[in-house]
Design a protein around this ligand. Structure first.
Ligand code: UD1
Length: 336
């Protein structure tokens, strides 16, 4: 399938991996990014990986004129919207900033799309829209009870999409609820590159492995889980990126709106992750058990069956692959 796709936030962790998979699948890609949480050399790396020039507009989704200019410059078939803020703790401290970037930014984008007559969009949502699990694995029709401003922003955007489509049936959307992305591209040219001390488990373990951080703090070992530590559904970022390709194919090919989990259907604990990373880097990694992190859930994982049935999406990369590719990426970055 072919088509020209705008990736907002396309230089970021998930956006950059999606760019590679889209180009490999035959799509043309244009990136819009403000580089607030991505490095400029990602674009050069994407050019190496895709073997073609990568068009990138440095712009912000809050800049309506810039959005109009980008839509005037290209004839897009669809947009994939990654651009946004994603740190849950920060969203609690800065709810206005989060609303502005994540919700106003998205509504600006939809308005610019409407003006340009581009009405297919894939939206990066999150499993945290579900809130406390009533059943596991989470099905897509699980009640939605977001517990942080970040999760609430994502739900506002999901609802906006439903309302926009209800008002004008020319729209179609794919809402992708991500579980916990991990790993890096097998080339080790792109990966997760947090500017500060990471909040999330996998990049934190990676920095312990490189020696940039002394020790993993395990947030609680008294949960009702097999080893007492938190359980999550980690999905390889390349699999996650492939999910976007499938979603776009359904939108462009069949105009079929959908809401799907991008998950593996399997949960692993914090200690499972640590052990897997130790296998990948070939050394023991220090950790200490500390108190629970406020707001954390004990365990959750997703039901992948709708993604399989609707998108033909199945994950193919396991925990060892996530850790091996992460380790290759962070070792290379540290030595370069
Ligand atoms: C977090 C976000 C979620 C986001 C997801 C992206 C919260 C409450 N939720 O989810 O919105 O979509 O990241 O990946 O922040 N852990 C440690 N030590 C650490 C870091 C994490 O023990 O230094 C544990 C946590 O307690 C949890 C597991 O590792 O059990 C995973 O944590 P994390 O990577 O932060 O992801 P989530 O909490 O699932």
């Amino acid at each position: 399938m072919s088509g020209r796709v705008l990736l907002t936030g396309g230089a970021g962790y998930i956006g950059s991996h999606t760019c590679v998979e889209l180009v490999e699948a035959g799509f043309e890609v244009v990136i819009l990014d403000n580089f607030s949480n991505a490095r400029r050399d990602v674009i050069d790396r994407l050019e190496v990986l895709t073997g073609a020039p990568v068009i990138c507009h440095e712009a912000d989704v809050l800049d309506r004129d810039a959005l109009d200019r980008v839509f005037a410059a290209h004839d897009f078939d669809a947009v994939v919207h990654f651009a946004g803020k994603k740190a849950v703790g920060e969203s609690v401290a800065q709810p206005l900033d989060y609303f502005h970037t994540n919700c106003t930014g998205f509504s600006n984008l939809l308005q610019a799309m409407d003006r340009a007559g581009v009405r297919r969009v894939v939206f990066s949502s999150t499993a945290t829209v579900y809130g406390k699990p009533e059943v596991l694995p989470y099905p897509e029709d699980h009640p939605l009870r977001p517990e942080s401003p970040y999760a609430a922003n994502k739900l506002v955007c999901e609802n906006l999409l439903r309302q926009v489509k209800a008002a004008d049936d020319r729209w179609s959307y794919g809402i992708l609820r991500y579980f916990n992305p991990a790993g890096a591209h097998p080339s080790a040219l792109i990966g997760e590159d947090p500017n500060d001390i990471p909040n999330n488990l996998m990049p934190y373990i990676a920095k312990v492995a490189t020696g940039e951080l002394p020790c993993l703090r395990v947030f609680g070992d008294d949960y009702d889980t097999p080893d007492g530590t938190g359980v999550r559904d980690y999905i390889h970022v390349v699999d996650l990126a492939r999910g976007h390709v499938q979603s776009l194919k359904l939108l462009i090919g069949q105009d079929q709106s959908h809401i799907v989990n991008l998950s593996t259907g399997q949960g692993f604990s914090v200690l499972d992750m640590l052990r897997a990373y130790e296998r990948a880097c070939g050394k023991e990694l220090p950790y200490e058990v500390v108190g629970r992190r406020a707001g954390d859930l004990a365990a959750f994982w997703g039901d992948p069956s709708r993604a399989r049935d609707l998108l033909g999406f199945e994950t193919t990369r396991d925990l060892d692959d996530m850790c091996a590719t992460s380790w290759a990426w962070v070792s290379r970055r540290k030595n370069s």
